[in-house]
Design a protein around this ligand. Structure first.
Ligand SMILES: [Zn+2]
Ligand SMILES: [Zn+2]
Length: 321
């Protein structure tokens, strides 16, 4: 089917907005929005590939329009934008990636178009909506689109006129030394009450009053207002040994309200502790959690041994091995 015949067949039996018409020619021409392609497609009797040029967009071209396919979703771009922006408002974030669920009827109608006329040159309604609404969000906020690891993942559900927001964790990489021989790496809940508090744990719910995690995380919780922190350590810690080799860790702050932290200042604050000292704090990637956990680090133990009598050389050899 040539372009003219495809255009005629598409517009003959149904009302199509310029977005939905133009989307069937989305791969043709550069620097055009689909509604501009749609307006171009309508303007001449004969349609050829060269017509899809930014210089040929009719002045009357504009977004929106009533339509049998999309149900007019492009008429409401400002509404959709507002819905997503307000869902993200309380979170201090830098990046986002928008997901879209277009109305089910619209998706079905679009699939029927493809069955009849082929999907060659076409783009999905979902892709177009994500791009247009994503751009509007970028213009209205300080957020930018990020594909790899966005801070926020809003999913706009057009069927139910609502947004499901996924807030990704803030991850901080660092290293620590443990100067105490009396604390574990992470919170160690009382075995008997599992954290609820009982007589055995003196109603603290814990076996130890503090831990490496609890020495590090409070200022991060305070600054980010996260709902929870998870401590991912590179290997486990002996409660009764010091650790002086700078063990790696990633602190995960779940659903933070704020992400712009002064890490130098926080490091200083943590290091007022006499039990734990941290080094080299910086933002981390999700992959680093697994990397740190899988890395096998050799350990060297240093121990002082008291003997009743001076040991023989042979006994010392045995001790060493
Ligand atoms: Zn439409
Ligand atoms: Zn207990």
């Amino acid at each position: 089917m040539n372009l003219t015949a495809k255009r005629d067949a598409l517009t003959e039996e149904r009302e199509l907005c310029d977005h939905c018409l133009g989307r069937q020619f989305a791969q043709l021409g550069h620097g055009l929005e689909n509604y501009e392609r749609g307006a171009i497609a309508r303007q001449n009797n004969e349609l050829s590939q060269g017509d899809f040029d930014p210089g040929r967009v009719p002045e009357s071209a504009e977004p929106g329009g009533t339509c049998d396919v999309c149900q007019g979703v492009f008429e409401e771009l400002d509404h959709w934008t507002e819905l997503v922006v307000s869902s993200m408002e309380r979170y201090g974030a830098n990046t986002f990636l928008l997901g879209i669920r277009p109305p089910s009827e619209a998706v079905e109608a679009e699939e029927q178009l493809w069955e009849s006329y082929g999907a060659m040159d076409a783009e999905t309604m979902k892709t177009e909506l994500s791009r247009l609404i994503g751009k509007r969000i970028e213009n209205r906020t300080n957020l930018t689109v990020e594909f790899k690891r966005p801070d926020l993942n809003p999913v706009l559900d057009m069927n139910h006129d609502r947004v499901e927001l996924q807030v990704n964790s803030l991850l901080i990489y660092g290293q620590y030394n443990k100067h105490s021989r009396e604390i574990p790496q992470t919170v160690w809940h009382c075995r008997k009450c599992r954290g609820d508090g009982c007589e055995q744990c003196d109603w603290t719910g814990k076996n130890y009053p503090t831990s490496v995690q609890e020495e590090i995380q409070p200022p991060f919780m305070r600054e980010t207002e996260a709902i929870e922190a998870k401590f991912h350590g590179g290997g486990r810690e002996d409660v009764d040994a010091r650790c002086l080799g700078k063990r790696e860790f990633v602190l995960e702050l779940v659903e933070p309200l704020h992400r712009d932290l002064d890490l130098e200042e926080l490091q200083e604050e943590v290091n007022q502790s006499d039990k734990v000292e941290v080094f080299g704090l910086r933002p981390a990637d999700k992959d680093e959690i697994e990397e740190i956990k899988e890395k096998h680090a050799d350990k060297t133990y240093r121990a002082y041994v008291e003997t009743g009598e001076p040991p023989e050389d042979l006994e010392l050899e045995k001790l060493r091995s």
